[in-house]
Design a protein around this ligand. Structure first.
Ligand SMILES: [Mg+2]
Length: 386
């Protein structure tokens, strides 16, 4: 049922209208959070998380500014949101509607081929579906409800596991690429001493929700903690003990704890100290992506999984080894674009994991311009009839 539709990139439908975690649009015609937080009516330039109300404030501001940048006189009054997680994307969507009072509809997809096709309304405007191809029925319903789907409509598309690496179909490759980035970073920091099996054990244990107060569910924090545990200057049992006795309650405390260990441990390597210093100072300035070297390696390994398979590879080989464009999302996005809708890719993916670095990866293109195969179900005939 899946087909390979050849190579394409995100920019085909969103151009440079892409905004990552730092809330700095790639298209410089619209300024970002650093410069415009005051106009956005935010208290500071501190970067909000996707599920925060302040994130929605910023997003509404961006959408209005993009509308003027693309010289459309009609104000935005409708919003469509395509995502893969109810907690992040669903919440971001509800906040956006509450903040803007626009008419809205949200589609949350996750392929579950072991189940019969099913869609359910999570909230009046949030549709959950276990087939990405259900996007077309969703659009049909919106048409019946007299959504205009024209230049007054903003279409917000999540990137990871939505437009790229469809959840339930191709998302494992995104996780693989991230892990490859982590391991490369660990090899460069810890060298020969890096113990991958031990790292996996620690990562698996600490990735659980009971440790979220320590890790804030932040992959940078988690990678850092597992790196330090790998050097054995602190042991997992010690860390868990301190956590259970409430002497370690958040990540800042972990950083201070490790710092004292580093001071009393002359054997700890120079690279480890440098990484520790860099992360500590980023955390102090409120940067939600403090482990820069890891994220830059994640970008390199992500790009190694974009369009890396030959054109004659089978669909299953593509889905197993390449981060592919979700054909259903791609077709719907192009359909909306042709009707005059505003298309925006909005993602909490770190900027460092999505764009080349001048020193580390100057030869690579940015993620949204990387060409990779489009894989999925053809919705074209049904879209043409809409
Ligand atoms: Mg996602």
């Amino acid at each position: 049922m899946y087909e390979n539709f050849g190579r394409a990139c995100l920019a085909d439908f969103c151009d440079d209208w892409v905004i990552y975690r730092n809330l700095e649009p790639l298209d410089r015609r619209v300024p970002g959070l650093k410069q415009a937080f005051y106009e956005m009516e935010l208290r500071s330039a501190q970067i909000p998380r996707k599920q925060d109300r302040d994130y929605a404030k910023a997003a509404v501001w961006f959408i209005n500014r993009i509308q003027s940048a693309r010289k459309v006189a009609t104000p935005v009054s409708e919003i469509l949101f395509l995502g893969d997680t109810l907690f992040n994307d669903g919440r971001a969507f509800s906040n956006l509607v509450a903040e803007s009072h626009w008419r809205g509809a949200c589609f949350i997809g996750a392929e579950r081929l072991d189940q019969p096709p099913a869609s359910q309304l999570e909230a009046p405007a949030i549709q959950l579906a276990n087939r990405w191809s259900a996007l077309v029925e969703w659009l049909q319903r919106l048409r019946q409800q007299e959504f205009k789907l024209d230049d007054r409509t903003a279409v917000v598309v999540d990137i990871d596991k939505t437009a790229l690496g469809a959840k339930g179909r191709n998302d494992k490759v995104i996780d693989l690429a991230r892990l490859a980035g982590i391991y490369r970073t660990m090899h460069s920091v810890l060298g020969e001493d890096f113990n991958q099996t031990l790292f996996e054990e620690h990562y698996h244990e600490l990735n659980r929700s009971r440790y979220h107060t320590l890790t804030a569910d932040n992959q940078d924090y988690l990678a850092y903690i597992c790196m330090v545990l790998n050097t054995q200057i602190v042991q997992l049992e010690e860390l868990v003990g301190e956590f259970e006795h409430k002497s370690l309650e958040n990540f800042e405390q972990v950083l201070r704890w490790v710092n004292s260990r580093l001071l009393s441990n002359p054997a700890a390597g120079l690279t480890l100290r440098e990484v520790h210093e860099a992360i500590s100072s980023s955390v102090r300035t409120g940067d939600p992506t403090p482990f820069k070297s890891f994220r830059r390696q994640e970008f390199v390994s992500t790009m190694e999984h974009m369009g890396n398979m030959p054109d004659n590879a089978s669909v299953q080989e593509l889905l197993d080894h390449e981060i592919t464009l979700t054909e259903e999302v791609y077709q719907v996005a192009l359909w909306c674009k042709a009707r005059g809708c505003q298309l925006l890719c909005l993602s909490d993916k770190p900027d460092e994991a999505s764009r080349p670095h001048a020193r580390i990866s100057p030869e690579l293109s940015p993620l949204h311009r990387a060409r990779t195969h489009r894989v999925g179900v053809n919705l074209q005939p049904a879209l043409a009839a809409l």
